[in-house]
Design a protein around this ligand. Structure first.
Ligand SMILES: CC(=O)SCCNC(=O)CCNC(=O)[C@H](O)C(C)(C)COP(=O)(O)OP(=O)(O)OC[C@H]1O[C@@H](n2cnc3c(N)ncnc32)[C@H](O)[C@@H]1OP(=O)(O)O
Ligand SMILES: CC(C)C(=O)C(=O)O
Length: 552
């Protein structure tokens, strides 16, 4: 890298728009969406999609609710042409969906594009040519007038080809490609010239698509450009202003959002941000950003895993696990303090009377996207007691008391450090069982027991294997637990002091189980926890005390 990059790179000049309005606006309704997955997305793939993949992707876009779908570049070759003309004559395109095709502004390519749409009930023909100084100079070697001429000539062919096919409901879209690096007055001039040919009306507006073909500035600059354009384009009521952002600086989504605030009506992009170079803006992110502001984006993303799976299959591009809303890890917390807050958040959410979502660290309810809660908290060496307790509760229904959570978390931490990997629910349960639940080699193994006596004077008599020897042990207390403590003291001389006891049911009806937890203090001052599980709550409590005795 250069010590002084200013010798190689020039800063992007700001837009002169001192009375800009967009910064104080908010997004209050969804735009018209256009998916360009099958065009800008497809042209950016190492292996462009074949007809089977394009069809599968098209069906996904319809399922998600896209009403405008750019299906390809018909003049690119036979694969594209055949797919598009096949689609047009199939019954795959719902009545309320308009398919769109892209063409350079060259007569033969435009004619081929119209031919691919023969028989369509509704279609958008999208014409483009680059307008910015670098492209004029480097790509076309043309003056402004000549470049405007390319657009005008193409628009005339569009008009004439459409007139030959009156049974299709045509819409026209024009993109001054490289809009974001062009002089604004020239973009308006070229678009106005195209409008003069195509004569849009408020009933049959033209779509003027203003691409950040290459993202070269901060997103506020793009918003300024959109607001400037919207103020200066003639017959604004006959124009649908459309955005088409790329992500070269990582702000394709932000630019589209600010562009909407600046007055745009429509957004083009790809699901999960596929597209040339760093991608087009990600329609999933923009839509769900809106959703989390309480706005219906009119795209159905309730099965986000279906979207991810299909896009991945068709593009052969895996999505990053941290992709907003859709990545594998975006609803997952590994770190202790996040897990603790999320666990408390879910509990508070359940307890509240309103439906408003307020769970720390989770900007959206994963269930709204078809994601399950089980995967929200995952355990590794960064995890804390809250996360471990969550996994045990979700997996086994055990609601561990707080101090037991801390005790068990230390065992899980040791396991995570030993294994240096993520621990799954089975690993955690195995460690719980080996730590607290009975094993044949334990010092005390309960066979069966009886309880008798009057209220306040209970007698426990248990058949218990003590150090491998089958014995009958008994003890008296004011309740069952103190009777068991006394029986243990009688056989070992060691007296445990029970300082806390909790119990709860797991599940309902005939399959219900009971869980009991004791926290005991040993004569030498140590704190020991015991856990008992049984179909019977009294037996669970006996098991819990013996569990503590074994661990003492
Ligand atoms: C920003 C975008 O994403 S735009 C979409 C880009 N997508 C694609 O290009 C995918 C499909 N394209 C293709 O398959 C091919 O490029 C085709 C079939 C369209 C054209 O192929 P070819 O004519 O063989 O080659 P190529 O694309 O290189 O054409 C370049 C010529 O078109 C001219 N040209 C480029 N864009 C345009 C345009 N929008 N309108 C008119 N002429 C244009 C160039 O100036 C160049 O002219 P020159 O040959 O006189 O120098
Ligand atoms: C054709 C246009 C809209 C384009 O894809 C771009 O400029 O990125």
């Amino acid at each position: 890298m250069l010590r002084d990059p200013s010798t190689k790179y020039r800063p992007f000049p700001p837009i002169d728009l001192p009375d800009r309005q967009w910064p104080s606006r908010t997004i209050t309704q969804p735009p018209r969406w256009l998916s360009t997955d099958l065009r800008d997305g497809n042209q950016a793939l190492i292996d462009p999609m074949d007809a089977e993949k394009k069809t599968r992707f098209f069906d996904l876009l319809v399922r998600v609710g896209l009403k405008e779908i750019e299906v390809g570049f018909p003049a690119a070759g036979a694969t594209e042409f055949d797919f598009i003309s096949g689609l047009v004559t199939s019954d795959r395109v719902p009545d309320d969906v308009a398919i769109q095709v892209l063409t350079q502004s060259r007569r033969d390519l435009i004619e081929t594009s119209f031919a691919s749409l023969d028989g369509a009930h509704s279609a958008i023909v999208h014409l483009y040519n680059a307008v910015s100084p670098a492209w004029r100079r480097i790509v076309f070697g043309m003056t402004r007038d000549e470049v405007r001429g390319i657009a005008i000539d193409g628009a005339k062919v569009l008009r004439d080809e459409a007139a030959k096919r009156p049974h299709t409901k045509w819409q026209f879209e024009y993109s001054p490609e490289t809009f974001s690096t062009a002089e604004l007055d020239f973009s308006v001039e070229v678009c106005a010239a195209v409008m003069d040919i195509l004569r849009p009306t408020p009933q049959t507006p033209i779509i003027l698509n203003l691409p950040a073909t290459v993202e070269c500035a901060t997103p506020n600059v793009y918003a300024d450009q959109i607001e400037w354009f919207a103020r200066h384009i003639p017959n604004r009521d006959s124009v649908v202003i459309s955005l088409h952002t790329h992500n070269d600086r990582g702000t394709g989504v932000a630019a589209a959002e600010l562009g909407m605030m600046a007055g745009a009506d429509r957004v083009e992009g790809c699901l999960l941000g596929n597209g040339e170079r760093t991608g087009n803006c990600d329609l999933v992110t923009i839509a769900l950003n809106m959703y989390t502001q309480g706005i219906d984006p009119r795209l159905d993303l309730s099965d986000i895993d279906d979207v991810v799976k299909t896009v991945n299959y068709c593009t052969n591009i895996p999505i990053h696990p941290r992709t907003p809303y859709a990545g594998d890890l975006v609803f997952t917390a590994f770190s202790g303090s996040h897990q603790d807050a999320i666990k408390k958040g879910f509990a508070a959410q359940d307890a509240r009377n309103d439906d408003y979502w307020e769970v720390p660290y989770l900007p959206i309810d994963p269930a709204d996207l078809g994601r399950s809660y089980e995967a929200v908290i995952r355990v590794n060496s960064q995890s804390g007691k809250g996360g471990v307790a969550w996994v045990i509760e979700q997996d086994k229904g055990l609601k561990l008391p707080k101090r037991l959570q801390a005790d068990f978390s230390r065992h899980v931490q040791a396991l995570a450090d030993e294994t240096s990997r993520e621990l799954n629910a089975a690993d955690i349960w195995a460690r719980f069982e080996s730590t607290y639940l009975p094993r044949e080699r334990d010092r005390f193994v309960l066979r069966d027991y009886e309880e008798s006596g009057t209220a306040g004077q209970r007698v426990f008599v248990g058949n218990v294997a003590v150090d491998g020897e089958e014995r009958s042990i008994s003890g008296r207390g004011n309740g069952l637990i103190s009777g068991v403590i006394a029986a243990i003291a009688g056989s070992t001389g060691s007296v445990l002091d029970v300082i806390d006891y909790n119990e709860h049911a797991i599940g309902h009806g005939a399959d219900a189980q009971a869980a009991a937890y004791v926290e005991c203090r040993t004569p030498d001052g140590r704190t020991i926890f015991g856990v008992g599980l049984d179909t019977d709550i009294a037996t669970a409590s006996v098991r819990a005390v013996l569990s503590a005795a074994n661990r003492a």
